[in-house]
Ligand binder design. Structure first.
Ligand SMILES: Cc1cc2nc3c(=O)[nH]c(=O)nc-3n(C[C@H](O)[C@H](O)[C@H](O)COP(=O)(O)O)c2cc1C
Length: 139
């Protein structure tokens, strides 16, 4: 069964920008092996990640990610069965933490700063669709 899990978390005090590179490297290595695709955004000290794949694999991965000391306050924002994947061409893309994406963040946030904790399911889905279509990515 194909599912999609979307969660947010906050960077912890030990998080550095080198950590982002190492997270992406581990993600690309591990996710491809278990058939998980998705995307990771980091803005305003907040991660927003969408994971898609087999239900058991996504669960296993999410529980591993939860134990990572580089983030805190994880919250599942959306969990749903999907008929097809949104992300098909990479095992874990990362949105460039660039000013150029700010207009997309603002369009879908209730406040001037990026705040996915306050986004509902429909908004999250629209947000990721627009990021995929118009966002600037680093991987
Ligand atoms: C916000 C965040 C997202 C992460 N996403 C993934 C991921 O999608 N896939 C993955 O394998 N590891 C991810 N990690 C890293 C894992 O917590 C863990 O460090 C890694 O899977 C260990 O891989 P290794 O045993 O191959 O070194 C993420 C970590 C953080 C903080």
């Amino acid at each position: 069964m194909l599912i999609q899990l979307t969660y947010a978390s906050r960077t912890s005090s030990v998080f550095t920008l080198d950590d982002l590179a190492s997270i992406l490297k581990a993600s690309q290595r591990n996710n491809a092996r278990v058939g998980v695709t998705g995307a990771l955004c980091l803005a305003n000290g907040i991660f927003l990640q969408q994971l898609e794949g087999d239900r058991a694999e996504v669960n296993r991965l999410y529980h591993r990610i939860l134990t990572d000391p580089r983030h805190r306050e994880p919250a599942v924002l959306d969990f749903a069965e999907i008929s097809h994947r949104r992300f098909t061409t990479w095992s874990m893309g990362s949105l460039a933490p660039l000013e150029s994406n700010r207009h997309i963040f603002l369009k879908y946030s209730r406040s001037a700063s990026f705040d996915p904790y306050g986004m509902g399911s429909a908004t999250l889905q629209a947000f990721f669709s627009e990021l995929l279509a118009n966002g600037e990515w680093i991987v």
